[in-house]
Write a protein that binds this ligand. Structure first.
Ligand SMILES: Cc1ncc(COP(=O)(O)O)c(C=O)c1O
Length: 378
């Protein structure tokens, strides 16, 4: 099973050095460990990300150093990474935010020249490209997520791509310590995959999504994040796990339709962008389109709560990704060494962002909704 899955991914990324994990965050942790990140080393990352990225750094006793993002790309610039470098910088993490990478070639080159490792967070960006090369191929290494709402899904899951040949031995040595998922974990995941495929539908989506998030927060079911990951910077028991056969099998099936899905995402994004542009609202510039794989389409609204209520009434499934600079944690960001005031653009974006679905068959309905609520958009 692993062979088939790996073959497809290797083909896509044009590289055989692929390693599978229980989640994307575990892949990042393994890469940082292989890069020998340790206590008091600094790791630079965007101040507009998921808290589990900061966790992987904190689990090793290292210090996350956040850089602000640009409002139009939702990514940091080369210059802002450069300014954050100190003699303690060990790694720079770039990110494909919502599927967009920015200056990743220059950032990787700059890091390399300074003897700093670079990692591309491609959890949103599998299938996308940067200057015609697949996302993940410029830095020393990259990691990807195959969690529920990612470019393709294995339920939960992730993998890494190692481009720097000198790192391979260390990554494989670190991987020797991976635990195997338990039978119970595999059974629960199989049940979740079954429910998602055969029970979830548009009429029960909201109730089941809230119920799943509640169960996951209280560790009653395998979720994207355990409660403790959102409250503490201590590594949870059993964190360092490999990918199970259940996930590998699901991965092979999910990839069958991947190219069509990617095409659909781009078509829907074009429709949204044209509408937003015409109405002078925040939108992704057409010049960024070539490099964007549009896992979600970000828009900005005046009042997130009001907009969510309006969308729920007409059963439009909006995403809330990055409604805080360290999604989904809203309070006590100092625990992760982030002063939100130090990333003002990320903070502004987080207070106004909503994510439009790009995998929908009904972008017309989304456009009608946006039209009816045009004054709510920024
Ligand atoms: C930007 C970013 N990086 C990393 C991750 C972690 O991926 P995973 O949930 O597979 O651990 C996420 C979360 O989904 C994310 O949004």
């Amino acid at each position: 099973m692993e062979k088939n899955f790996k073959k497809f991914i290797s083909g896509y990324l044009q590289n055989d050095n692929i390693y599978f994990y229980w989640k994307g965050r575990v892949a990042l942790y393994a890469l940082l460990k292989a890069m020998k990140v340790t206590k008091d080393d600094e790791v630079i990352l965007p101040g507009f990300t998921c808290v589990v990225v900061a966790n992987a750094i904190k689990y090793l006793g290292a210090i996350p150093i956040y850089v602000d993002v640009e409002k139009n790309t939702m990514n940091p610039t080369l210059e802002s990474y450069k300014k954050a470098i100190t003699p303690n910088t060990k790694v720079i993490i770039t990110q494909n935010t919502f599927g967009l990478s920015t200056q990743v070639d220059e950032i990787a080159k700059m890091a390399n020249a300074k003897g700093i490792f670079s990692i591309e967070d491609c959890t949103h960006g599998f299938g996308g490209t940067f200057k015609s090369k697949p996302n993940g191929t410029y830095c020393d290494a990259a990691f990807y997520s195959t969690q529920w709402n990612k470019p393709f899904s294995t339920g939960i899951g992730g993998f890494s791509l190692v481009n720097n040949q000198e790192l391979i031995v260390d990554v494989e040595k670190v991987n020797d310590q991976l635990q195997k998922p338990s039978i119970k974990e595999k059974l629960v995941l199989s049940a979740l995959l079954f429910s998602r495929e055969y029970i979830l539908n548009s009429s029960n989506y909201w109730r089941l999504r809230s119920f799943y998030r509640f169960l996951s927060k209280h560790n009653l079911v395998i979720g994207s994040s355990q409660g403790s990951e959102l409250e503490s910077t201590e590594i949870p028991d059993g964190f360092f796990k490999g990918m199970s056969d259940v996930q590998l099998k699901k991965g092979v099936n999910s990839l069958n339709d991947f190219d069509n899905l990617l095409l659909k995402r781009k078509e829907n994004a074009t429709i949204y962008s044209e509408f937003l542009n015409k109405n002078n609202k925040y939108h992704v510039d057409s010049e960024l389109f070539n490099d964007h794989s549009f896992l979600k389409y970000p828009i900005l609204v005046r009042d997130q709560n009001k907009f969510d209520d309006l969308a729920r009434k007409v059963k439009i499934e909006l995403g809330d990704w990055f409604c805080t600079p360290l999604y989904p944690v809203k309070n006590n960001l100092e625990k992760w060494d982030l002063n939100a005031e130090s990333v003002p653009s990320a903070l502004y974006l987080s207070k106004h962002i909503e994510n439009l679905p790009t995998d929908t068959d009904n972008s017309f309905k989304v456009i009608e909704f946006l039209k009816s609520n045009i004054n709510e958009l920024i």
